[in-house]
Write a protein that binds this ligand. Structure first.
Ligand code: NAP
Ligand code: ZN
Length: 347
C-alpha cells in the first residue's frame, strides 16, 4: 500500500503534528495525485475542534487540493500523468438512490467526505489534503485549467465552489444587488465571482480595515457591520445576501437588508444555533436558505469559468510546520485571504 506523509490532529482540539499513513492501493478507476498545495478552510478548524460533533480521528484535514497526476488506473480515460488536477470536499457519493443522476450529489446520503468519513466498505478514515499524495476515483477528480497557478487555484476547490453555487442558483448577475457578509476565504471569492457574473457587489465586514482590498476585488460598496447606521442605510436593498461568517451573528439584522422576495443564503456554519424571528421573514416574503459546496459538474463549470476569467484566490503560502499558527490567525480573522500550504515543505 502506498505510504503517505501528512499532518494530523490525534484528537479533538489537538495541535496538528506529523503523521504517516497508508493510502489505498489504486483501483482501475483511480487517479493517483501528488499534492502540491492545499488551502486551509475554516471548516478544517471546526473539524479539528470537533465543533460540529462528527469528526473522525486521527484527522488529516484538507479539501482544497491541487496537484499533479502521477498515475492512473487502466479504466481511467479523462486524466493522464502530468495533468493539473484538484480534489474538493468529497471523494465518493451515493451510487444507488433514485436521485443519483441529478447533479447535486453533495446533498444525497452516502457522501464520502475527503477527510473525516470512512473509505467505502471499510473502517479506515478518509484522510485529506494536508499530505503529499492522494488516491481518488476518476469521477471525483477535477481538471484545473492550465492558465491558473496551482497554489492560488487550490482554494477554488472549496471556497470557490461554495460561493459560485449559490450565486448561480439565485441568479447573481446584471441588475442584481448582492451582499457578501465576511471578507475571509469564502467571502473574498464571493466578491470576485459575483462581480465577474455582473452583479453589483457590497461587502458587509466587521470593520473597514479591508475596504481597499474589497473594492479592488470587485465590490462597488463596502460597509462596516460594527456601525449601526449600516443597517438603516442599507435596509431593504439586496436581492441576495450570502453569509460566510463562521460564528454566531444576528441573522435577523441582516434579513432586514433584503428586498421583497430577497434571499439570505447561509454558507458559514457557526457551531451554535442562531435564533430567527418570524417577522424578519414574513413582511417582505423573504427567504432564509442554505447551500453546501457544489456538485462535481458544477465544480468543473466553476473551474472553467475561473479559467476563462482568470480568477484565483488571493493567498498567503505557508510551510506545513506553520499550520497551527495559521489556524490561530484564521480564528482571529487575520487572513488575506486564504492560507495555502506548500506541500514541498512537508519534508
Ligand atoms: P474565514 O476565512 O475565517 O472567513 C470568515 C469571515 O467571517 C472572517 O474573515 C470575518 O470577516 C467574518 N467573521 C468571523 N468572525 C466573525 C464574527 N464573530 N462576527 C462577524 N463576522 C465574523 O472562514 P472561511 O474559510 O471563509 O469559512 C467561513 C465559514 O464557512 C466557516 O464556518 C466554514 O466552516 C463554512 N464553510 C461552509 C461551506 C459550505 O459548503 N456551506 C464550505 C466551506 C466553508 P470580516 O473580517 O470581513 O468581518
Ligand atoms: Zn472548505
Amino acid at each position: 500500500m502506498p505510504v503517505a506523509k501528512g499532518y494530523a490532529a490525534a484528537a479533538a482540539k489537538a495541535s496538528l503534528a506529523p503523521f504517516t499513513f497508508q493510502r489505498r492501493e489504486p483501483n482501475d478507476d483511480d487517479v493517483v495525485i501528488a499534492i502540491r498545495y492545499c488551502g486551509i478552510c475554516h471548516s478544517d478548524i471546526h473539524m479539528v475542534d470537533n465543533g460540529w460533533g462528527n469528526s473522525v480521528f486521527p484527522l488529516v484535514p484538507g479539501h482544497e487540493i491541487a496537484g499533479v497526476v502521477t498515475a492512473v488506473g487502466s479504466k481511467v480515460t479523462k486524466f493522464k500523468p502530468g495533468d493539473h488536477v484538484g480534489v474538493g470536499c468529497f471523494v465518493d457519493s451515493c451510487t444507488t438512490c433514485a436521485q443519483r443522476d441529478v447533479d447535486h450529489e453533495q446533498y444525497l446520503p452516502g457522501l464520502v467526505l475527503t477527510y473525516s468519513s470512512f473509505e467505502p466498505g471499510s473502517t479506515t478514515p478518509t484522510y485529506g489534503g494536508y499530505s503529499d499524495s492522494i488516491v481518488v476515483k476518476e469521477g471525483y477528480v477535477l481538471s484545473i485549467p492550465d492558465n491558473l497557478p496551482l497554489d492560488a487555484a487550490a482554494p477554488l476547490l472549496c471556497a470557490g465552489i461554495t460561493l459560485y453555487s449559490p450565486l448561480r442558483h439565485w441568479q447573481a448577475g446584471p441588475g442584481k444587488k448582492v451582499a457578501i457578509v465576511g471578507m475571509g476565504g469564502l467571502g473574498h471569492m464571493g466578491v470576485k465571482l459575483a462581480h465577474a457574473m455582473g452583479a453589483e457587489v457590497t461587502v458587509l465586514s466587521q470593520s473597514l480595515a479591508k475596504r481597499e482590498d474589497g473594492l479592488k476585488l470587485g465590490a462597488s460598496h463596502y460597509y462596516a457591520t460594527s456601525d449601526a447606521a449600516t443597517f438603516t442605510t442599507l435596509a431593504g436593498q439586496f436581492d441576495l445576501i450570502v453569509c460566510t461568517v463562521s460564528s454566531t451573528i444576528d441573522w435577523n439584522a441582516y434579513l432586514s437588508l433584503l428586498k421583497v422576495d430577497g434571499t439570505f443564503v447561509v454558507v458559514g456554519a457557526p457551531e451554535q444555533p442562531v435564533p430567527v424571528h418570524a417577522f424578519a421573514l414574513i413582511p417582505h416574503r423573504r427567504t432564509l436558505a442554505g447551500s453546501m459546496i457544489g456538485s462535481i459538474k458544477e465544480t468543473q463549470e466553476m473551474l472553467d469559468f475561473c479559467g476563462e476569467k482568470n480568477i484565483v484566490a488571493d493567498i498567503e503560502t505557508i510551510a506545513m510546520a506553520d499550520v497551527n499558527e495559521a489556524y490561530q490567525r484564521i480564528a482571529a480573522s487575520d487572513v488575506r485571504y486564504r492560507f495555502v500550504i506548500d506541500m514541498a515543505t512537508l519534508g
